[in-house]
Ligand binder design. Structure first.
Ligand code: DHK
Length: 168
């Protein structure tokens, strides 16, 4: 007799009573100036482009059986809209809000409002940089935070989100 699915069933499992587990989609959301990755201050942000980051996110997500929607915008309202749209359709969000991290109550309210696990990611170690980068409006409402791990931070954020999704 087929087993009942558990929270720890691998993606694509075909022995469960309920058949293969459907893939969940996560949103990888990037804020202003991250479209310039690869050419923008490479000593701070590295040489990888946003397309490289998208590829590594898709690879990491696939390892966890997750689908990815990958977005970048330089506009605060567009980022708010993307967070709202994720509610009900996405399992969680890995979010690098760029400079809006340090200024945006609107994005913090959106993160609180959607009631999804949101992992805040920063490529650089913001605490080793200018004082204005030390405060984040997002951190108090983020589920987890990854800072200063370079673009590997996106991998860590996705892995953490996958971990949370198997627990919940
Ligand atoms: C990216 C930015 O664009 C900055 O404004 C933040 C963050 C840091 C990062 O490290 O990914 O201060």
């Amino acid at each position: 007799m087929a087993a009942l699915r558990t929270l720890h069933c691998p993606p694509g499992c075909d022995v469960c009573l309920y058949g293969p587990m459907s893939e969940q989609t996560i949103l990888i959301l990037n804020g202003p100036n991250l479209n310039l990755l690869g050419t923008r201050e490479p000593a701070v942000y590295g040489h990888e482009t946003l397309a490289d980051v998208e590829a590594l996110c898709r690879e990491e997500a696939a390892r966890h059986g997750l689908e990815v929607e990958f977005l970048q915008s330089n506009h605060e309202g567009t980022l708010v809209d993307a967070l709202h749209a994720a509610r009900g359709t996405h399992a969680g969000v890995v979010f690098n809000p760029g400079a809006y991290t340090h200024t945006s109550i609107a994005l913090a309210d959106a993160v609180s409002g959607i009631e999804l696990p949101v992992i805040e990611v920063h490529i650089s170690n913001v605490h080793a940089r200018e004082a204005f980068r030390h405060h984040s409006f997002i951190s108090p409402v983020a589920r987890s935070i990854v800072i200063g791990a370079g673009t590997n931070g996106y991998r860590l954020g996705i892995a953490q989100l996958a971990h949370l999704l198997t627990e919940e």
